[in-house]
Design a protein around this ligand. Structure first.
Ligand SMILES: [Zn+2]
Ligand SMILES: [Zn+2]
Length: 143
């Protein structure tokens, strides 16, 4: 059985993540890392599920997904139409949009939740997990 902690190797992606064009950005459903879909496609780091393409940050994650596809639900990214930041959580994107519209500037407390902010700050794997998919991880707990 694989363990999420084996995924420390993903840290090298962090420096590149900021350069991903937003229209090519997706989130690896295993680690929560931002990934370049064009790059993932080139490397074969994807699976087609129910007519929808899911992208992964690395071959290890593809393997983890193949081992247990039901465990990893792909996350759509939601974008604030005002400032353009991306969120894994639709309500957060809405919150950002509402704030941006009203004050014509971003609220750091909200934008801290954005994919872009996370990619620009060194978060530990533990923090990413807690932020990214608490329900699914809880579901996977042995008891
Ligand atoms: Zn990976
Ligand atoms: Zn915004």
């Amino acid at each position: 059985m694989h363990n999420h902690d084996e995924h420390e190797h993903h840290h090298h992606h962090d420096s590149e993540a900021a350069d991903i064009p937003v229209d090519r950005m997706a989130v690896c459903p295993v680690t929560g890392d931002a990934i370049d879909t064009a790059e993932a496609e080139k490397l074969g780091h994807f699976r087609d599920v129910d007519g929808k393409r899911i992208y992964f940050c690395c071959a290890t994650c593809v393997q983890l997904f193949d081992d247990n596809p039901n465990k990893y639900t792909p996350k759509l990214l939601y974008q604030c139409a005002e400032c353009g930041l991306h969120y894994a959580d639709k309500s957060k994107a809405k919150e950002c949009e509402t704030w941006c519209k009203q004050y014509n500037s971003c609220n750091l407390e909200i934008t801290k939740q954005s994919v872009e902010y996370r990619q620009n700050h060194e978060l530990t794997i533990e923090q990413k997990k807690a932020w990214y998919e608490p329900d699914i991880l809880r579901e996977e707990a042995p008891h």
